[in-house]
Design a protein around this ligand. Structure first.
Ligand code: FAD
Ligand code: FO1
Length: 448
């Protein structure tokens, strides 16, 4: 059964008994998908066919070949899964709002269902669609365990303020997701399979940040990575997750970012496994509270991807430090080429460029040093966003924007002792971080 509590009507129009379309964007999976379930329920109730549409933008927030190929390979696998469920899957290249409007008009859709995203770009797409059609348009939060709108009605101050709100609602929302059925009302015309060769040709993505091969895309691979994490790493997560020289994290963020696995499924499997209590709690805190705090930030703060989005106190303290002498100043190119004086920072940058995924602990150090070694905090923020979004497989995500805003702009944090350049934004020093783990091993692992 669909879950009405996850739904928000985007135009107040009621569904009509005509075909139902699920416009998939962020939750790229056939299983554990509340938006697909909602669309199927509506279609079955009205005895109508159902189709899934993905609109493929030629460029998307600086995404490069590595992210597009991870996404398209995942979409190819969804096509096969949906085919077995008698649900056609159309991938339409072009400008997303234009393409979806043409599609719903052509097929005289009775309802358009889409997934939730807090990002401005998706909200702009949706506003354009709402303005151009009279078809019922419903958004379903299938990405968050506690739907973002219900978790809180405002931008939260910190994890401390969101945590109790999330935990209060977890027993209501952290439940197994029903399976999608074989659809009883077939699509009226026979559909061709998507031509992925042609689709690749429509992209204007940067080819120099090439494919990543150590992580394989898709729903099934995501489940394998989850199982491997539960069996081999979860017991040690509490101790190992902050050790960049160890492979102690789950590596699930690229799958979560593209929606190839749901956070809900991950949380349920991790809890069911009954592993070390402290490690399980620490993982759940990251997966649910920290991740959903980032969603809350981007949903209620339209400038989450820029310096303008940081809290007032941090802007003030950084403003007061504009004239401080920077011991080193690097250009974006020098950062990109890992040409700083700091071999630990360079190793982190190389890890991101070569593997498409920098260790979580190093991401904080990496962004804080960009602030320390840039001309202005605005420049630092935009360098960090551009590099993160170009090279990280999980980039272009609320968690990335919140992570950068935390590091550069004190978001969700409190004022610390005053220092040059940082003011009272929390500082991270090379010496103290090197003392926490075997930095030489990490540098060696990421030498080239
Ligand atoms: P695990 O430690 O196994 O955690 C499991 C899941 O919990 C993650 O997949 C993620 O969904 C969530 N999570 C963990 N840490 C955080 C966090 N600090 N904030 C929010 N959610 C978290 N995350 C992204 O998904 N995309 C990004 O582009 C991104 N950029 C970041 C940039 C900076 C400067 C910082 C400080 C953090 C960034 N993060 C980003 C957050 C975090 O570092 C990654 O989510 C994590 O390292 C992903 O690896 P994992 O899945 O192996 O993590
Ligand atoms: N979503 C779409 O609906 N269409 C796209 O063409 C598209 C491209 C894309 C490329 C890289 C990437 O990281 C994400 C991309 N997404 C696209 C969206 C994505 O699934 C997420 O919704 C957002 O990045 C928010 O997390």
């Amino acid at each position: 059964m669909a879950d009405e509590r996850r739904a928000a009507s985007l135009n107040g129009i009621s569904a009509k008994p005509c075909p139902v379309i699920y416009w998939m964007s962020r939750d790229q999976r056939a299983g554990d998908n509340w938006a697909l379930l909602y669309a199927q329920d509506a279609a079955i109730r009205m005895k109508q066919p159902l189709a899934v549409v993905f609109t493929l933008a030629p460029s998307f927030l600086g995404a490069a070949e590595r992210q597009y190929s991870f996404m398209l390979e995942g979409l190819a696998l969804i096509e096969s899964r949906l085919e077995k469920l008698r649900i056609p899957f159309f991938i339409l290249p072009g400008n997303p709002p234009d393409e979806i409007v043409k599609f719903i008009k052509k097929h005289k859709a009775g309802a358009l269902v889409t997934d939730f995203s807090p990002l401005k770009i998706h909200r702009e797409w949706k506003d354009k669609v709402s303005g151009r059609t009279r078809t019922a348009f419903i958004e379903i939060d299938s990405h968050n365990i506690v739907p973002c709108r219900l978790a809180s009605g405002k931008q939260e101050f910190s994890a401390r303020t969101l945590r109790p709100k999330i935990h209060r609602l977890l027993p209501v929302f952290l439940t197994p997701v029903p399976a999608v059925k074989r659809h009883p009302f077939p699509w009226p015309v026979k559909t061709e399979r998507n031509d992925f060769k042609m689709l690749y040709k429509t992209l204007k993505s940067d080819k120099s940040a090439g494919r990543i091969t150590w992580l394989k895309p898709g729903e099934e691979e995501a489940v394998k990575v989850l199982k491997n994490f539960i069996n081999k790493k979860l017991n040690g997560y509490g101790a190992d997750r902050n050790n960049p020289a160890k492979d102690g994290q789950s590596n699930l963020s690229p799958y979560i970012h593209f929606g190839q696995i749901s956070a809900q499924r991950i949380a349920l499997e991790v809890q069911r496994a009954g592993k070390d209590v402290e490690s399980t709690e620490s993982f759940i805190e990251e997966l649910i509270v920290r991740r959903e705090l980032a969603e809350n930030f981007c949903f209620y703060n339209g400038r989450c991807d820029s310096f303008e989005g940081i809290p007032g106190w941090a802007r003030k303290t950084l403003d007061s430090r504009r004239k401080d002498i920077r011991e080193y100043i690097y250009s974006e190119k020098q950062f990109e080429n890992a040409e700083t004086h700091d071999d630990l920072w360079n190793a982190a940058q190389r890890e991101m460029v070569n593997r498409g995924k920098m260790h979580g602990y190093m991401r904080m150090y990496w962004a804080k040093k960009i602030l320390e070694w840039s001309r202005t905090p605005e420049e630092a923020f935009s360098f960090a966003v551009r590099l993160n979004d170009r090279y990280e497989l999980d980039g272009r995500d609320p968690s990335g924007y919140a992570g950068i805003a935390w590091s550069v702009g004190g978001l969700h944090d409190r004022p610390w002792f005053k220092r040059p350049v940082f003011g009272s934004v929390r500082y991270m020093g090379g010496k103290s971080i090197r003392a926490r783990f075997n930095a030489e091993t990490y540098i060696e692992q990421n030498r080239n």
